[in-house]
Design a protein. Structure first.
Length: 392
């Protein structure tokens, strides 16, 4: 029987492993954790905010997060994992509890959403408030003050990863670890003025992009040197209706940074995975072929990026497809039979792909995914390959 590392390496080198490798990203406070880990400060967001208000230390948050992430990745027998950091940083500002399920932090009110059990803005308008994000004037000042050097690597960012890796080594569990870092190329997250800069202030935009790239490349090297062998890069560049920018702007500004980032990952012996939601068909030659990527993650089936379409276009013959269980509809609203059919179809199509296939939800196990549907998905996968079902 192959190890997780062997399966992932075979998938990325266009060879057939003993079974399709399994990968997943779990939203930290998704209720699926509760069956496996219980409700803790790492798995239940209201408990986390209460604990932070009460003075829990950052070190305790790191330990709880590491144990929860280790437990859920082990439970589902993943081959590749992508971990999240602790929900705070050392010397974090503590929320103030104002009610049974409400807090205030930095002058903004937060409450528990009764549907998702997540902590969110009490006033949804705060999510879009200009007071909560950098203004154009602030960003220009930051660019003008930049000295050309990369920011120092924050070693605290690796605290959860270091602890999970130690726990895995103690139990002789072999995982491939994925790191994720963008280099300013996730245009979906640009404020409107930055999109305008690409047309009206290209040199200002290029300097911002260079500043972002320098920091990201240093972070990338730090990840690779610590044993994260797969780097997810790029960031969202498209929506359901296509790219946020024209193919010409993508080729002029974004593609060169992607290519340089991929080259850096390859130089250090890693695998580069483009991660982006949306329909990339209008930029598919640059996105999939000219970028020189090894894999493609967040394969957005609901936006039209289906396995059939990728196979028909020959993308699967060059790029390892990491997907494609529908996490927008099927995992959130589908019946168990629909989930089973989805997984079986995905596995069968993946076996047709000479470029390699790693099974993964089309985005992640996010807050709207029904836990029972994800259990069904993994048990369908296990049955497909003759494995014992999960007990939960």
């Amino acid at each position: 029987m192959s190890t997780g590392t062997e399966r992932i390496n075979l998938a990325f080198t266009h060879k057939v492993p003993d079974r399709t490798p399994l990968f997943e990203i779990f939203q930290p406070f998704q209720p699926i954790h509760w069956d496996i880990c219980g409700k803790t400060v790492a798995t239940h967001q209201a408990s986390c905010w209460d604990a932070m208000a009460d003075g829990i230390s950052w070190e305790e948050l790191v330990e709880a997060s590491a144990k929860a992430q280790f437990a859920i990745c082990k439970f589902f027998s993943l081959d590749m994992v992508r971990l999240t950091g602790a929900p705070a940083s050392p010397n974090y500002e503590r929320p103030v509890k104002t009610g049974a399920e409400s807090w205030t932090l930095k002058g903004i009110d937060y409450v528990v959403n009764p549907g998702t059990q997540m902590v969110e803005y009490a006033d949804p308008a705060d999510a879009m408030s200009y007071s909560n994000r950098l203004t154009e004037e602030d960003l220009i000042k930051k660019i003008e003050a930049w000295n050309g050097n990369a920011a120092e690597v924050n070693v605290n960012n690796f605290a959860v990863y270091n602890r999970v890796r130690k726990l895995a080594e103690q139990e002789d569990i072999d995982w491939v670890y994925m790191g994720e870092i963008g280099a300013g190329t996730g245009v979906a997250f640009y404020p409107p003025f930055m999109l305008m800069w690409m047309l009206t202030e290209p040199e200002l935009y290029r300097r911002w992009l260079e500043m972002s790239k320098v920091d990201a490349f240093r972070q990338t090297e730090a990840m690779l040197s610590r044993g994260l062998k797969v780097i997810a890069l790029g960031g969202d560049v498209s929506c359901d209706k296509g790219p946020f920018i024209s193919p010409q702007l993508y080729r002029e500004f974004i593609l060169p940074v992607i290519q340089e980032h991929v080259d850096l990952v390859h130089k250090h012996g890693g695998r580069a995975v483009y991660t982006s939601d949306g329909d990339h068909w209008d930029i598919k030659d640059d996105f999939f072929f000219n970028s020189n990527i090894d894999g493609y993650k967040e394969v957005d089936k609901a936006a039209g990026m289906t396995m059939e379409r990728l196979i028909e276009a020959g993308i699967d013959r060059k790029v390892c497809i990491i997907g494609n269980i529908d996490a927008r509809h099927i995992l959130c609203h589908g019946t168990k039979d629909e989930v089973r059919n989805e997984v079986i179809q995905c596995l069968k199509l993946g076996q047709l792909s000479p470029g390699g296939h790693i099974l993964h939800a089309s985005h992640s196990v996010h807050e709207d995914v029904i836990p029972g549907n994800y259990y069904t998905a993994v048990n369908t996968y296990r049955e497909f390959f003759g494995m014992e079902p999960l007990q939960y």
